[in-house]
Design a protein around this ligand. Structure first.
Ligand code: PEP
Length: 246
């Protein structure tokens, strides 16, 4: 159960969130709970959650250890700051802020694993692709150009997320049926490339306008292993209701 805070919450606001959320989450141990704060608030998040089972991740990384890359943060830097997860290939990075390609998504996924971070690799179709019945084609292409380039060992260490772009931040959540079909397709691609065991084992999250009142229907689907939540993860009371659906 993952919360992507995007470009929200200063260090002070981050501390205030966990002041409340840590207590709400203290008895929930049957799932991973991961929060992805903005980089500037990451060390605060790590510090205030160190005595809990809540895990912290970066929202993006630059492949490579260090170097002359102004404004970027490496996997090693995230790891040494206490992060254990990282988002890779979020649609806002693919389509809005950085025009990331599938090849870059693969490189970042490999870099995450090199530095001991668990990547959540996101994929999903845009609105016009959804309307034109091209969702499957897009997912197959993103899988083939991205995570299909991993070794079997690397693939066993990642988490995938189906995030239809038309559902992100729009309030237009995918129906459980749409999500389940996409997850089945991604699992089938995983099976073709990595075999049945690996495909069954990989966790696939759904993301896109998940809220406390729609999460249960989604979580009932057999191929849906968790959710990646943006807006509704910013408020402790709302996010804990979502986490409880696990
Ligand atoms: C996201 O940022 O990955 C996301 C799913 O956002 P939201 O829940 O706000 O649609």
């Amino acid at each position: 159960m993952a919360g992507n805070w995007k470009m929200y919450k200063t260090p002070r606001e981050t501390a205030a969130f966990f002041d409340s959320f840590n207590h709400l989450a203290e008895n929930i141990t049957n799932c991973d709970i991961v929060i992805f704060p903005p980089a500037i608030s990451l060390t605060t998040a790590v510090a205030v959650t160190h005595a809990t089972h809540i895990q912290i991740g970066g929202q993006n990384l630059y492949p490579g250890k260090d170097g002359a890359f102004t404004g970027e943060t490496s996997g090693e830097m995230f790891r040494s700051a206490g992060a254990t997860w990282v988002l890779v290939g979020h649609s806002e990075r693919r389509h809005v802020v950085a025009h990331e390609t599938d090849a870059e998504v693969l490189k970042k996924t490999q870099a995450a694993l090199t530095y001991g971070l668990t990547p959540i690799v996101c994929m999903g179709e845009k609105q016009e692709e959804h309307k034109n019945g091209k969702a499957d084609e897009v997912l197959i292409k993103q899988f083939a150009g991205g995570v299909a380039g991993l070794t079997e060992e690397q693939f066993s260490q990642i988490v995938l997320a189906y995030e239809p772009v038309w559902a992100i931040g729009t309030g237009l959540v995918a129906t459980p049926e749409i999500a389940e079909n996409a997850h089945k397709l991604i699992r089938a691609e995983a099976e073709k490339r990595f075999g049945q065991e690996a495909a069954q084992a990989v966790r696939i999250l759904y993301g896109g306008s998940v809220k406390p009142d729609n999460v249960e229907g989604l979580m009932h689907e057999s191929d849906l292993d968790g959710v990646l939540v943006g807006g509704a993860s910013l408020d402790p009371d709302s996010f804990i209701k979502i986490v409880m659906a696990a």
